[in-house]
Each structure stands twice: as C-alpha cells, then as structure tokens.
Ligand binder design. Sequence first.
Ligand SMILES: [Zn+2]
Length: 388
Amino acid sequence: MLFKDVLVDESLKKRLIGLVKENRISHAQLFLAQAGSHAFALAMAYAQYICCEHPGEDDSCGTCPSCAKFAKLSHPDVHIIFPNCTTNEVKKDPDFTQFAAKFRQFVFDHNYHIDINDWLMELGGENKQAYINTRDCAFIVNQNSIKSYEGGYKIYIIWSADRLYRDAAPKLLKTLEEPENKTLFILITENTEKMLSTILSRTQLVKIPKLKTEVIQQQLMKEFGIDEVQAADIATLADGNYNRAMELMNDDSDYKDMLAQVQLILGSMTSLAQPMPNKAEVNFLEVRDCFDSIIARGREYQKNFLAAFIHVLRAMLMQNSHQEAVSKASSMEKDIIERYAKVFSLKNVSQIFDECNRTMYHIERNGNSSLVFTDWYLKVAELIAPRP
Ligand SMILES: [Zn+2]
C-alpha cells in the first residue's frame, strides 16, 4: 500500500513520514480510527515506508523487493494479527495464522477498506464472538524473541485491537513495554473505551479523523466513474464512512429507496403530531408495507435506514438553527428537509437519536426486527407529537 492510495488527510501522512525520517518511530502506536476510515491502509503504508529499500520524499518506492512483498501482504517480518474464532473449517483452538490467507484475500477484495462486521461475516461466525486470543498473543511474544528475517524492522499490526481477549492482553504488556530493538507495534481500533488502560498507557495515540465528504465524493467518482451529483448524494449520506459509501454504491437504488422510506415514515409521524382538529389521516397500511420492505432487505439495510433517518433529522436541526450545513445536503435530502423542517418539532431530538441508536443496537444483536421497528416507530412518533 502506497501513501498516495490511502484516503486520509495529507497532514497525517506527512507526520508519520516525518517520524520515520527523523528516526523517531515510537515502538507502540495506537491508531484510533473513525468507523469507515482507511486506518488499516494507513498502517500498511506506514509499515511499507519503514521497510522500503529506496524510500522517496513522500512515499515508498513501490518496486524494491520489500515493497513487492508488501503488495502481496507477505512480508516475513510484518505480522498482521486479527480477531478469529472457531468456524466450520477450524473447529477448535483457532488462531490467526489459520486464517491468514483468507484475511489477505478479504483485504484485497475490500481494497483495504476493512470493517470488523464484514470480517465476521467472512469468517462465517456472524453471531459468534471473535477475539485476538491467548494463542495469538503467545505467537507475538515468541516471534519477538526471534531475529527479523531481513535484518530490518519487525512490525506487528494488530487490527481491531479492542478485541484482544482480556486474559490474553497481559501476555502482551511486557513485550509492549520492553520490545526488542527495531520492533514496531501498530494497534488499530475504533473504540478506545474497550481497550485495557494498561495497553492504552503503553502506546502513543495517533488519531485518524473521519473522512471529509468531498474526499469520499472525489474517490467515488474516480473509483466508480459516477457523476458529481450522484457521488455527492452518496458521500453525504455516508457521513465520513467509506465502507458505508461503498455499500450504498453497490446498489444505488437502495439509496434512493431508503430516502423515500425516510420521507414516508417522517411524513406519517408528522401527521400524527398535528393537533386534533387538523390531524391528517395516516395510512397505516402504507407505513406497515414500508417497514416490511425495510425488514426484508436484511440487517445491514435496516441499520443504514436508521442512519439515514438520523442524518436527515440532524440536517433539519441545523436548518432550524440557521446553520449552513443544509447546503451540503444531497438533492433528495433537501426536498425532505424543506418539506418537514418547519412542521417538525425537534424539541426531543436527543431522545429521538437515543431511540435510533438503541434500535440499531438491538438490530445488530439479532433482535426481532419487526418488533424492534414497531417499538421504535411508536416511541419516536410520541417524542415528535406534542403531549396534551
Ligand atoms: Zn520500496
């Protein structure tokens, strides 16, 4: 992975390159990433630059033997460690080495935009807990006592480090604290709250910010050859998360359907919220059909629908408080915002967001979608309707 292909702020790339040039590489770094950022790609580009035999001013050469090994994710001194679990093929005592080939393919298939939920699906253990377990940590500790193959750095990239199994993590602490010379640990997580404080205190924090909408838009145009308006629509809805943008990209009709559904649900909630004499008829059959079709499209779609709902409400909030964010809304979103922002009471908006997030949580944990959405609809409608 070359820095030029990593979708992060240029200033962050410069900072990491500066550390290498000035020989100030801290031996344990924690990449704290926003969901859908290109954190894994950045870690690989950084590692590649450190190992490159002819590094340039702002990128690896891309052609030396070391770079060639990176391109295949097969450098013998670079170990990529990731969560794993028992599967149909590995029935007991799993460790990451048994899934290394599968993981490499997964990274290539997703162009380094990897997401833990996708990886769990790939493992076929969607409802299982996957961890970086004691065997994985023992591997690191053992490797650490062996010299590097090529005489340079030994690099451990620990992806989804928040899934370090609690009992396994202490094994790593001593290694993190007293590494051998020329050893680098890069831990990647989206969630520092789930990390052990003892590990946090031994690592240097590198924050990887959310992607800018314009960056996602440009990348979508480049990667998929779509026009500016469509790319802007998708980038806005993706809200800094490139994985979500690609999901939306895979089926553009999804995106348009989703906004139409948000509009229908919002419309019915708004009608319910009108005071009695003007109360508009709500077509509950239509509402039910809408939910049926959301549910039929699976859990990922259901979560995206809720994300779109939150996104539209947030834009209305900004419209109501005269902030400029609406100019960034996509064309279809603008229609919805203009239609409902005035009639929509957003007094309880933080509670509405809480309800949406709680609902996403239940969907992720395989709650009965039909019940979960009915509950969500009634609660949010009540939060919108002024109480008598
Ligand atoms: Zn090179």
